[in-house]
Design a binder for this molecule. Structure first.
Ligand SMILES: Cc1cc2nc3c(=O)[nH]c(=O)nc-3n(C[C@H](O)[C@H](O)[C@H](O)COP(=O)(O)OP(=O)(O)OC[C@H]3O[C@@H](n4cnc5c(N)ncnc54)[C@H](O)[C@@H]3O)c2cc1C
Length: 498
């Protein structure tokens, strides 16, 4: 039996994979492509995480796709609504029938002679494709990150990681300790105090953090979006809201980076005003790093602060000396009693969902590669990866990269080319792949590719600048080597699209 061949294979049916497939449907119709998804559902992050309160912590008008704007005034949406949005988008653009569930890519091997990727998919027939789009997210799905927790084996209660949440868990009357200070921890604390028929309300929740994060209260709904959508048609109001939010994100990030002390002061004042008089803001909400050196935690309508004010939640900043039978003893000597400990301690970063990438028989060692325009890797032909922004909504970058991919595929088609491979420039110095201080990034930075110190080996991480760079820059710059397509090997779909 001959191996099935596709023009393009997208790996991953999350926000990025579905969005990228829509770009192909819209702008390169006729492309023979499939979306390979390891799991049995689409949505990626938004179908995997089931912990209480799961929601976006960046606004939906920028986390939603540019080509299908989020059309609700709700700025921070819950996980199920985001999943529904991704599902509806896949349906509307005819992408749903292109998804092959239960297809986990474990090895992708490029062969320069045939100009083909061969994809190994355990339990399924292998496939070949001309172009590979890795929309596989950035972390391990099978396990979250749990640091070494001294004495954990002694603890008599339940321990759960938010990535492997038990939806049947009963909270009623139980005392929870949530270890962590990131977006997940600040989401969980108020959510577990809310009463519901399914799980009841926790008696008390303590957020135990080693060091604090910046926490900013923003409106659950966007008043400007509300006004615009009342007076203007959706087709005008939604893109306007999106543009306003992009400007807002860029301004907040740039001002934070340029005037960190000023922004730190403003955040401190806002936090102080949201908490009871005399609350120790300097211990619990004053991070060691400057604003936006790590992602800021957004809390809708100040729900975390409200939980603290209610007296049913508190925040403790300390280190764990040891777990005990009934809870946790801290370095300060304080004891926290707990029935359940939630380890909201983060993710394990992973590129390509752990799939091995091989070029002409040689395994690709990611740290030896350099990222080109934040989407291709030096020495790796016909492969684009989608990793979104860490300082703004993920999809802003993914949408830009998908537009670029369309331009690149058109260029290959129009010029009878079969291969595009960025070639590393020895004069460009190496820099870390992500300029981001978050623990999960720093833990794995040595296993990731590098970026360069200048364009096109780095992006600005600023949507306004990157949008110009990715939309206007030539796809045939001097950095990319193009190879004519082997005779008879111009992808049919790309011809069809012409
Ligand atoms: C809890 C949480 C909240 C977040 N909130 C925000 C937010 O508010 N704003 C923001 O901008 N970002 C947020 N992020 C980052 C978030 O992951 C992105 O916004 C976005 O959802 C990522 O989409 P993705 O499709 O790139 O990756 P994912 O959602 O991770 O999807 C990847 C898909 O690829 C599949 N896959 C992976 N490897 C393989 C393989 N080898 N073979 C086949 N299939 C494979 C996976 O099964 C999965 O379905 C959040 C992340 C987490 C964990």
């Amino acid at each position: 039996m001959s191996t099935e061949h596709l023009d393009v294979v997208i790996v991953g049916a999350g926000l990025s994979g579905i969005g990228t497939a829509c770009h192909l449907e819209r702008d390169l119709p006729g492309t023979r492509y499939a979306v390979l998804e390891a799991r049995e559902d689409l949505g990626g992050t938004w179908s995997l995480f089931r912990y209480p309160g799961i929601r976006s912590d960046s606004d939906m008008h920028t986390l939603g796709y540019r080509f299908r704007p989020w059309s609700s005034a709700t700025a921070l949406a819950d996980g199920p609504s985001i999943l529904e949005y991704v599902r509806d988008t896949a349906q509307e653009y005819g992408v749903e029938e292109k998804i092959r569930y239960g297809h986990r890519l474990t090895r992708a091997s490029w062969d320069s002679d045939t100009q083909l990727w061969t994809l190994e998919l355990p339990g399924q027939e292998p496939l070949t494709c001309s172009f590979l789009l890795m929309c596989s997210g950035y972390y391990r799905y099978d396990q979250g990150y749990t640091p070494d927790l001294p004495g954990l084996e002694r603890f008599g209660g339940t321990v759960v990681h938010p990535q492997l949440w038990d939806p049947e868990m009963d909270y009623a009357g139980r005392r929870f300790v949530v270890i962590g200070s990131g977006a997940t921890a600040v989401t969980l604390v108020p959510a577990m105090l809310e009463d519901s028929e399914d799980h009841g309300a926790a008696a008390h929740v303590t957020m135990l953090q080693r060091s604090p994060s910046y926490v900013l209260s923003i409106g659950r709904t966007d008043p400007v979006a509300e006004v615009l959508s009342r007076w203007l048609p959706r087709s005008v109001a939604d893109p306007l809201t999106r543009t306003k939010n992009i400007a807002q994100i860029i301004a907040l990030y740039q001002i934070s980076q340029r005037f960190p002390r000023f922004v730190r002061g403003l955040l401190r004042k806002a936090t102080q005003a949201a908490l009871p008089e005399g609350y120790d803001v300097d211990t619990h909400f004053n991070p060691r790093y400057d604003p936006w050196d790590q992602r800021m935690c957004m809390v809708p309508d100040g729900d975390l602060f409200r939980a603290v004010r209610s007296g049913r939640a508190d925040i403790v900043t300390d280190t764990i000396e040891t777990f005990t039978e009934g809870g946790i003893r801290l370095a300060s000597g304080q004891e926290l009693e707990a029935d359940v400990v939630v380890t909201a301690t983060g993710l394990n970063l992973q590129m390509f969902g752990g799939a091995e990438v091989v070029v002409d028989g040689e395994p690709v060692h990611l740290p030896d590669t350099m990222a080109y325009k934040g989407m291709m890797l030096s020495g790796v032909p016909n492969l684009v990866y989608m990793i979104g922004y860490t300082n703004a909504s993920w999809t802003l970058k993914v949408d830009l990269v998908a537009e670029y991919v369309v331009r690149l595929l058109r260029h290959l088609r129009d010029h009878g080319l079969g291969v595009a491979v960025p070639e590393r420039d020895p004069d460009v110095e190496e820099a870390p792949f992500l300029d981001f201080g978050a623990g999960y990034v720093q833990r794995s930075i040595d296993e990731l590719p590098k970026q360069g110190t200048r364009a096109p080996w780095r992006l600005a991480m600023n949507y306004a600048i990157d949008a110009v760079a990715l939309r206007r820059s030539r796809v045939d710059d001097d950095t990319v080597r193009f190879v004519p397509a082997r005779a008879g090997r111009v992808p049919e779909a790309e011809r069809a699209a012409g």
